[in-house]
Structures are given as structure tokens and as C-alpha cells.
Design a protein around this ligand. Structure first.
Ligand SMILES: [Cu+2]
Length: 201
């Protein structure tokens, strides 16, 4: 039971007793008589209890108010700090354009022909060469097994073709001078030999 409830219970009991005692006092001429000290004691206890719980309840309210205030402070701090977080989130996006390759991809580029083996996990060429610019690899897969062609540099994928069986597709990318890898990304195929070197110069 909370102090608030005890306070109300004592308060109500005190009020009820006061009414009852005054009612008895009006009706019974000899009252309080011998019962006087007991009635006085009972009132003293009730008043004491009511006051005690009133004080305890007031302390609880202070604690609750203090808790609310500290919560409000925390929320205010959060609101103050949130714009800073948003700014820090925006920062990397502003830096992003600077991450573009330093070497220009301008040039005639070229279209290269590549085919998969009909029976083996292999391409028909282990190396390709192109001028810088828009490089397109036309890929022919005559096999019933699905293959694709992806262009990577230092393990980072730049472009990838559709994955298909018994069909033709192509993959294009703006490539600056450098050494690239072309491979089939179907699990196990590159490891089995479906990869080669693409030199752009
Ligand atoms: Cu493959």
C-alpha cells in the first residue's frame, strides 16, 4: 500500500471518528467521561498517522517531480544533441564525390567478345585488352549451365551481366586505364577457372 493510500485511509478514519465522537457527545451527556483519555489517545494516534503519511506522501511526490524533471532534462539534452548527430551523418555523403577514381575513363573504349565453354567451367579467353572508356564484354554462353561475367578491380565489383544459360548477354563499364579481373560469380566457377585478366590501356 502506498503512503498516499495510507494517508487517505487515516484521513478518512479520522474524519469518521470525529463525526462519530461528536455525534455520541451530543447524544450522551456523560460522554466522554471515563472513556475520555481513550478517545483522546485514539485521536492523537489517528492525527499522528495521518500527518506522518501526509509527510511521506509529500516526499514521494517530491521524488516523482524530481524524476520528471531529470527526465525532461535528459530529453532536452537529447533534442540538443540530435542536430549534431544529423550533421555527422551528412558529413560522409559530402565526402563521397571525392572517392571517385583519379584516373579518367575517357577514351574510345571497346567491345570485347567472350564465350563460355559448352562443357567445362571455363571462358574461351584468359585475358582481354581494351582502350579506356566504355568497355563492353559481349558474352555468349552455349552451355546448359548458368554463367555470368562480372568486372572487378581489387576484389570490388564494378559491373555484372545477367546470369543465364544457353544465351547471350553483355556487361559494360566506364573503365580507366588499369588491370581488372573478369569472372563468373556463380559459386565455385571462378575458382574452377572461369576468370581472366582485363587490361585497359
Ligand atoms: Cu559460371
Amino acid at each position: 500500500m502506498s503512503n498516499e493510500t495510507l494517508f487517505f485511509v487515516c484521513g478518512i478514519a479520522l474524519a469518521v471518528c470525529a463525526v462519530v465522537v461528536s455525534f455520541i457527545g451530543l447524544r450522551v451527556k456523560s460522554f466522554p467521561g471515563k472513556a475520555g483519555p481513550f478517545v483522546a489517545l485514539a485521536f492523537a494516534v489517528l492525527i499522528g498517522a495521518t500527518t506522518t503519511f501526509a509527510v511521506l506522501h509529500a516526499k514521494d511526490e517530491d521524488k516523482a517531480k524530481a524524476a520528471e524533471l531529470s527526465k525532461a532534462d535528459e530529453e532536452a539534452e537529447k533534442e540538443e544533441s540530435s542536430p549534431v548527430e544529423e550533421e555527422s551523418k551528412e558529413a560522409p555523403a559530402k565526402e563521397a564525390p571525392a572517392a571517385k577514381p583519379e584516373v579518367s575513363a575517357k577514351g574510345p573504349g571497346g567491345t570485347l567478345q567472350l564465350a563460355a565453354s559448352e562443357t567445362d567451367l571455363a571462358f574461351d579467353k584468359t585475358s582481354l585488352t581494351s582502350k579506356p572508356g566504355k568497355v563492353t564484354i559481349d558474352f555468349d554462353n552455349p552451355a546448359a549451365l548458368e554463367h555470368n561475367v562480372a568486372i572487378e578491380q581489387n576484389g570490388k565489383q564494378i559491373a555484372i551481366s545477367e546470369t543465364l544459360a544457353k544465351g547471350k548477354t553483355s556487361v559494360s563499364a566506364e573503365l580507366a586505364p588499369g588491370t581488372y579481373t573478369y569472372l563468373c560469380t556463380v559459386p565455385g566457377h571462378a575458382e574452377a577457372g572461369m576468370e581472366g585478366t582485363l587490361v585497359v590501356k
